[in-house]
Design a protein around this ligand. Sequence first.
Ligand SMILES: [Mg+2]
Length: 176
Amino acid sequence: MNRRVTTTSVPDEFLRRLRNVRLLGLDVDGVMTDGRLYYGPNSAEFKAFHALDGSAMKRLMAAGVPIAIVTGRTSEAVARRASELGVPYLYAGVADKLAALDELAARSGVDVNAMAFVGDDLADLVVFGHVGVAIGVPNAHPDLIHQADYVTSVAGGFGAVREICDLVISARSIRR
Ligand SMILES: [Mg+2]
């Protein structure tokens, strides 16, 4: 557990595909978090993000790959996290994630097939056949695991996003 993934443990073919990724799309619940929603009094809602995911997201964006957060839910915590990290694209309360990615493509100038997307639930499955690289987490619905080009070694909320950001950064610097 917590096996360190290095670029040498990832198939070359997958790294080549990651090298062409121009934008990373992330689901929130189950990907940037472990999927649990903490409810407080009134409308208070809490999520636990991983600091290591955040620093890797910043590194990836600094390396020239923008990030989009695309989530079915709307929460102040996500808006705050996105703003804190300087994530340029946030789609919250999204019913149709493919429609959101099409809109994102128009806004960002990045074709959907040049995007990678990390998801965990059936709402993410609609984009898996359209993005350039479809990525699942080990805690994802089995249908996503089945369709994914890659499944992270660690679960959502525990460094899955860092794993992908680091792999994309490595893929961009490696020639083999
Ligand atoms: Mg999710």
